[in-house]
Ligand binder design. Structure first.
Ligand SMILES: [Fe+2]
Ligand SMILES: [Fe+2]
Length: 328
């Protein structure tokens, strides 16, 4: 037997012989894995742009309260500090996604805890993804350090994200030993499919700080590949789950979409208070009444397509979970 000597690409070729779907999926993952050396941002030259303090750090339309009259009536200096905090929060959300959601899900795959993904080809692409994510941490932590320094915001503390808190509460709610792993995997799949959309607008925004735009564009470049990777990994593991695990995953996926789309208003209330914004409570409470979850701000068609492709929407539990969540 040549098991030990088999390279990931040979293992890929062997696995590809299984079914036409598996073959298509693995061929795509094989191409993505092969292109990593050329594509990955960690292999490119580092960003070398000067900080232009005259430009805003963030886009006003991305603040969940930007149309509130009390926000509109604030002075320009305070608005500028709120925008800089918007940028800090945006980057810290990336950190939370990488550290609390995607990396642990990748570790589960490497520890062979995920059925259907205990193969060399899956591990190869997951290792590449982990390297990318570590580089994204470096990118956004550097960006935040610089922003805090230039804008005098070192004292601002960013509390826990509702995205992570809700995922952890759901993990604690279920007894089967595999449940917490599947909750995190579902949230990782949704995050990895959504994050390139989350990064899209800022990656092309000419009006903001050029360094911030370049940071987001570099991150998004990798995430465009990650969204394909996680969609294909899902096709591979979903078929290997037991029927109760399939139902559980189908019910968790729409919840993960809601957690990702949460406007993080509690976190914003905390930060606005730290900035000394008067009537922060009114601004946030009014915004809460409009909508806690901004489904219109995320394009969830990719997750719906995936759910359809793997057969989740053909099951009664899957259809009712997605329809109950207002997604279909
Ligand atoms: Fe990332
Ligand atoms: Fe990613």
């Amino acid at each position: 037997m040549q098991t030990q000597a088999t390279s990931p690409s040979a293992a890929l070729a062997a696995a590809a012989a299984v079914t036409p779907d598996a073959s298509r999926s693995m061929a795509l993952l094989g191409r993505i894995a092969k292109g990593w050396g050329q594509r990955a941002q960690v292999k490119q030259r580092e960003l070398d742009l000067a900080y232009d303090a005259s430009r805003p750090d963030f886009l006003e339309s991305l603040l969940p309260f930007h149309l509130h009259p009390l926000y509109e009536s604030l002075d320009e200096r305070t608005k500028g500090r709120i925008l800089s905090c918007g940028w800090l929060i945006y980057n810290e959300k990336t950190v939370a996604i990488e550290l609390d959601i995607v990396s642990p899900a990748c570790h589960d795959i490497l520890y062979e805890n995920v059925p259907g993904l205990d193969t060399e080809w899956a591990k190869e692409i997951v290792c590449e993804t982990l390297v990318d994510e570590a580089y994204h941490l470096l990118l956004v932590k550097n960006a935040n350090r610089l922003t805090r320094e230039v804008r005098d915001l070192s004292h601002i503390r960013i509390p826990q994200f509702a995205l992570v808190r809700q995922m952890q509460e759901e993990q604690a709610r279920h007894t089967p030993a595999w449940a917490p792993m599947l909750v995190r995997l579902s949230t990782a799949v949704v995050s990895e499919i959504f994050i390139s959309d989350y990064l899209h607008q800022l990656s092309e925004e000419e009006s903001i700080q050029p360094l911030n735009r370049a940071t987001v564009a570099a991150h998004r470049h990798d995430e465009l590949a990650h969204s394909k990777i996680f969609a294909e990994l899902t096709r591979a593991f979903f078929q290997a789950l037991s029927s109760s695990q399939k139902s559980f995953f189908a019910e968790t996926l729409p919840k993960s979409i809601h957690w990702f789309a949460d406007k993080e208003l509690d976190l914003w209330l905390d930060v606005l208070k730290q900035l000394g914004v008067g009537q922060a409570g009114t601004i946030i409470e009014d915004s809460r009444q409009i909508n806690q979850v901004a489904l219109e701000r995320v394009d969830y068609s990719g997750v719906i397509q995936l759910a359809e492709d793997v057969g989740i929407l053909d099951t009664r539990e899957g259809r009712s979970a997605f329809s109950h969540a207002g997604l279909i």
